[in-house]
Design a binder for this molecule. Structure first.
Ligand code: AMP
Ligand code: MG
Length: 417
């Protein structure tokens, strides 16, 4: 007798654990090798494919951190409110070029090159200036208010390692070195389509039994956040031939193919069969909820993820498996989930056998402690539960019902969701 596994049974020895699934996914991929040079603005969010090394010091010269007066503190130590002579002014971008002597001072603006022989800047609030005379009312420490050449970046220093995702701070850092272009990995191309006879695209009216395709929009958003090249292939009908043709077509132009729906064991679920025929199924069941049926494999050179059809399952599967996979293909370091502990404000229902990713709202109370409130109905079709949430409540495989106020693990959503 063949026992059909249904989503109602929680233990299933043929399912992989989430951790095993991630390991197997990452093992089977490597980063793309093609690279391109990008003007630095366009490199935002891209992954560097070589180290960026400083060819110069930043700042290139010793300069003033404040508006004030540059002078030789070393020679005035022990004197009470000494009076010295102002001999000129140094502006940012317009240096005072003569070296200064003992008992001389130069008016200096923030960012201006410190004149030769000056060792300290006294801020303008701590002096009394009258004509060319400058009285120091409060003696600064030796070296105070001077920024050393190279204090931000030293010549020869590696400022960005290969495999780094470029942030706004990095753009400024690269620009401060005068570098106009950086080398980055090419973006992975990701093709995706929805499967289902019931699905309609936006702009059409629904007949009885039809629903709007929402997964393609969720997927679009998550892919967009990851900065990949997106190929939207629309909705594909629930026939074996249509699905096989779409898979082959998608795999020709993409590094990764993602589908939603048609991956469980119903009569119209053809994804797994078509994948086995045109490519390779590596695994298709994960001990998790939502999202147990999740086909992973390959078609030609393209990696394949067959996500379930339920809208929440799509997002959970994407967050846990597709995101690290795309980071690896992009040449980036894969970020591990950040896991926090929070006390749950309501009891949670849970059967042992599958890891659950319930949706919650993580908050910090006045006393600094973290609490998490589940976002209502946790059904895999309740997309509102994701929209309201800012974290997953992660309940491990063996966990059962959770009492109110118990500490649970939460995974805050990163920017990819
Ligand atoms: P399936 O995995 O194809 O059996 O679909 C499971 C459930 O998800 C069904 O209720 C589908 O109608 C729904 N579903 C599948 N694809 C989508 C989609 N693209 N947008 C919204 N709901 C979907
Ligand atoms: Mg379907």
């Amino acid at each position: 007798m063949i026992i059909q596994q249904s989503c109602k049974d929680d233990s299933d020895p043929t399912s992989l654990s989430c951790e095993e699934a991630v390991v197997r996914i990452l093992e089977s991929m490597s980063s793309l090798t093609q690279t391109e040079m990008m003007p630095i603005r366009d490199s935002l969010g891209r992954v560097t494919s070589s180290d960026v090394v400083a060819a110069a010091n930043v700042p290139p010269h010793k300069n003033s951190a404040m508006d004030g007066y540059a002078f030789r503190q070393g020679e005035l130590q022990g004197l009470n409110n000494p009076v010295i002579k102002i001999i000129g002014t140094a502006f940012a971008g317009k240096a005072f070029t003569r070296p200064i002597e003992k008992n001389e001072a130069v008016r200096i603006m923030t960012g201006a090159v410190v004149p030769e022989n000056a060792d300290t800047i006294v801020i303008q609030e701590h002096v009394k200036a009258g004509g060319n005379d400058l009285q120091i009312l409060e003696m600064p420490n030796f070296g105070e208010n001077i920024r050393a050449a190279g204090e931000d970046i030293r010549v020869g220093e590696t400022i960005l390692k290969s495999g780094h995702t470029v942030t706004p701070a990095d753009l400024g850092l690269i620009a401060s070195l005068g570098i106009a272009e950086v080398q980055v990995f090419q973006k992975p191309r990701v093709a995706y389509f929805s499967t289902g006879d019931e699905l309609k695209s936006l702009g059409t009216t629904l007949e009885p039994g039809e629903i709007y395709d929402s997964n393609r929009y969720t997927l679009y958003g998550m892919l967009q956040h990851l900065g990949v090249e997106i190929i939207d292939m629309g909705v594909v009908k629930d026939t074996y031939d249509a699905i096989e043709a779409a898979l082959l077509d998608a795999s020709k132009s993409a590094d990764m193919v993602i589908t939603s729906g048609g991956v469980s064991v119903g009569d119209a679920d053809f994804i797994k069969e078509a994948l086995a025929n045109v490519g390779q199924v590596k695994f298709w069941k994960i001990a998790m909820k939502p999202g147990r049926p999740l086909a992973f494999g390959k078609i030609g050179k393209a990696h394949f993820f067959g996500l379930p059809g339920n809208p929440v399952s799509v997002m959970v599967g994407f967050h846990q498996f597709v995101t690290p996979a795309l980071q690896k293909i992009s040449g980036a370091k894969t970020n591990r989930n950040i896991i926090l502990e929070a006390s749950v404000t309501e009891p949670l229902k849970k059967r042992p056998g599958r890891a659950e990713y319930q949706r919650g709202i993580l908050a910090q109370e006045d006393d600094g402690s973290l609490t998490v409130q589940p976002t209502g109905d946790q059904g895999s079709g309740i997309l509102k539960s994701m929209s309201e949430a800012n974290c997953f409540i992660y309940l491990p495989i063996d966990a059962s019902d959770i009492h109110v106020n118990k500490a649970v693990r939460v995974i805050p959503f990163n920017s990819a969701i």
